[in-house]
Design a protein around this ligand. Structure first.
Ligand code: ADP
Length: 596
């Protein structure tokens, strides 16, 4: 048996073993090691080296052959371009192998090569120390995954056709191993990133930013293999004057000047509409366009970190902070999946910070509004109370003037206006009283009876306005509710008097009471001016009057319905309105029926 035959048989056996392991093992380092030693021991090469592509850099992952060579080149990082760029220009294509004869090698590349210590021979078939034989490793979809290089071929001769074919088979297996590993990694990354993002999403609803940042830092630290995660949220100077930060495993401790510089970079990116993560590296001398680069570099060097990702915490164009994930020299570069997950984490935190701040604003406004409302109530109560006394005196004296025979038209003008002022002040007093009231004196009341009394009181007013006023007989029985005998009639009076007030001459008003679904109802329907949908939305707010010009010519305060609804609500009921502008309105008061 020749030496080649021995290698051939060995090679095939090794190849068989490699193929089996490539398809069954999940340990990439072990499989690559097996391939590299297989090429050396099975095919007779002195050195076989497999590197894996990380970003744009080839990282030496497995070396077969001489241990000294292995120790020298394992972990070595070479820009991929430097090795594989040659392929297009100077290499001979031997199937999937690439061969660069020593005389074609550009001198500037020699320095980066590992050169074996062998004699240069005159034999034309002899291997020259500067000859290079390698094969780029591709995925099945044509993506570059790594490179396999061999040196010191058997007998120090340029490999024969048959030897190359065997080598090619190992190369294919190395490609498959890298592709399998990449798929596995991608899958497990996706699962871990998904879990981390889910954790961040679960933080929404939180009220405190700082603990949420700490949890986010921990979730990211678990999901992405890094040496350090730092999360920082800037003060917004509106709700929040504090800077928050968290870190894992070490707490965040960048200098204020560094934080400021990063903030300026991110704000600039936001203004340019490119708020995205920036991948930076001391190793590759790449900091994108970050003006904070010198400060970041100094910070990295202090702790021995070499590369990282800076991602904005923000939503749309608003920057609220940032997260930084850092790695050490020996760690791989960040892959696109990782960067995408970090980007999403930044957005998720942005939403969280925005929500927490919005809720704070809401709470503050609510307190302010309550205070304003209390103040308004006090003001109305005080002023109307102060107005009431002189008004009563004016009205009394007007009567005296009339009796004394002063010009009747002037006296009646004074009387009318004083009465109008009196109504306004009474309404104001009612309003402030009912706003402050929490308890009612409840007695059984018949809604039919309330309607009857109300209509009786309005009869003359309706006649002089030329509108018909009718109480529709229901089934005749009473409709009993528990109500305040002073307040509830006020509501019925208000609804009925509004109907009379806002229905022009010739119109019709129908009032009815009934029991329906456990509630007593009073319906007041008119063929009057009607109310636009916009006005209906504000009808029950204090001081609101319809924007309809026709309705505005009729005197009113805009307080009646606000008072009425508050009274209805204090009774556990409500008032609803259905109306068509120009056609008429129907107001319904609903109060729970007496429990019998
Ligand atoms: P006021 O009648 O004193 O202005 P209200 O609170 O009772 O105050 O009513 C508020 C506004 O709702 C009125 O100004 C009026 O424009 C409108 N409105 C109330 N009832 C009717 C109705 N039956 N038809 C048309 N508009 C009405």
């Amino acid at each position: 048996m020749t030496r080649f035959d021995t290698f051939h048989a060995d090679g095939v056996r090794r190849l068989y073993e490699v193929t089996r392991r490539v398809n069954s093992s999940t340990d990439l380092a072990e499989v690559l090691e097996l391939i590299a030693t297989g090429v050396c021991e099975g095919l007779g090469y002195g050195v076989a080296a497999i590197s894996r592509l990380e970003g744009n850099t080839l990282v030496m992952a497995a070396v077969g052959g001489d241990d000294a060579v292995r120790d020298e080149i394992i972990g070595r990082r070479t820009p991929a371009e430097q090795v594989l760029g040659r392929e297009f220009s100077i290499a001979d294509h031997w199937g999937i192998l690439r061969f660069v004869p020593h005389d074609r090698l550009p001198p500037e590349q020699i320095s980066s090569l590992w050169v074996p210590d062998i004699e240069v021979s005159d034999d034309p078939d002899a291997w020259h120390p500067l000859d290079a034989l390698y094969a780029p490793l591709y995925s099945s979809t044509g993506k570059l995954l790594g490179n396999m290089a061999v040196d010191l071929p058997p007998d120090n001769k340029v490999p024969s056709q048959q030897q190359r074919e065997l080598l090619e088979m190992f190369v294919v297996q190395a490609g498959v191993a890298l592709e399998n590993a990449q798929r596995r990694e991608q899958l497990s990354h996706q699962v871990r990133h998904g879990e981390a993002l889910k954790k961040l999403a679960l933080l929404s609803g939180t009220l405190e930013i700082e603990p949420a940042l700490q949890e986010a830092a921990e979730a990211l630290f678990e999901a992405v293999p890094v040496a350090q995660v730092t999360v920082r949220c800037f003060a917004d100077d509106v709700e929040d004057h504090d800077n928050y930060s968290a870190g894992m495993p070490a707490p965040a401790n960048a200098e204020d000047s560094t934080v400021m510089a990063i903030r300026q970079d991110l704000v600039r990116h936001a203004a340019q509409g490119r708020l995205r993560p920036v991948v930076f590296s001391v190793r590759d001398e790449d900091f994108g366009d970050l003006e904070a680069a010198p400060l970041i570099r100094a910070r990295l060097e202090q702790d021995g970190w070499t590369h990282g990702v800076l991602a904005p915490i923000g939503v749309d164009r608003e920057v609220m902070g940032y997260l930084v994930l850092l790695r050490e020299q020996s760690n791989p570069s960040f892959d696109p999946d990782e960067v995408a997950a970090i980007h999403e984490a930044g957005r998720e935190l942005g939403r969280l910070v925005r929500d927490v701040r919005l809720r704070r604003t809401e709470r503050r406004l609510l307190v302010e509004l309550r205070e304003l409302d209390r103040y308004k109530g006090e003001l109305i109560a005080t002023i109307s109370h102060e107005l009431k006394t002189p008004l009563t005196s004016i009205i009394g004296h007007t009567e005296l003037l009339e009796e004394a025979g002063v010009q009747p038209s002037s006296v009646s003008a004074i009387g009318r206006n004083a009465a109008r002022l009196d109504r306004l002040v009474s309404n104001l007093l009612n309003y402030s009283r009912i706003q402050g009231r929490r308890e009612l004196q409840r007695v059984p009341l018949d809604l039919v009876e309330l309607c009857r009394t109300s209509l009786e009181m309005l009869r003359i007013q309706a006649q002089s306005a030329g509108v018909s006023l009718e109480l529709l007989a229901a089934d005749g029985g009473p409709v009993l509710v528990m109500g305040d005998a002073e307040e509830l009639p006020r509501v019925v009076d208000n609804l009925c008097s509004n109907a009379v007030k806002y229905t022009p001459h010739g119109g019709r008003i129908e009032v009815s009471a009934r029991a329906l679904d456990g509630r007593g109802e009073i319906l007041v329907r008119d063929t009057g001016l009607g109310i636009s949908p916009q006005d209906q939305g504000h009808l029950f707010s204090a001081f609101h009057r319809s924007t309809n010009p026709e309705a505005l010519t009729i005197p009113g305060t805009g307080l009646g319905l606000a008072i009425s609804r508050t009274i209805a609500e204090l009774h556990g009921g409500d008032i609803i309105v259905a109306s068509v502008l120009g056609t008429g309105s129907e107001f319904t008061l609903r109060i729970p029926l007496i429990d019998v």
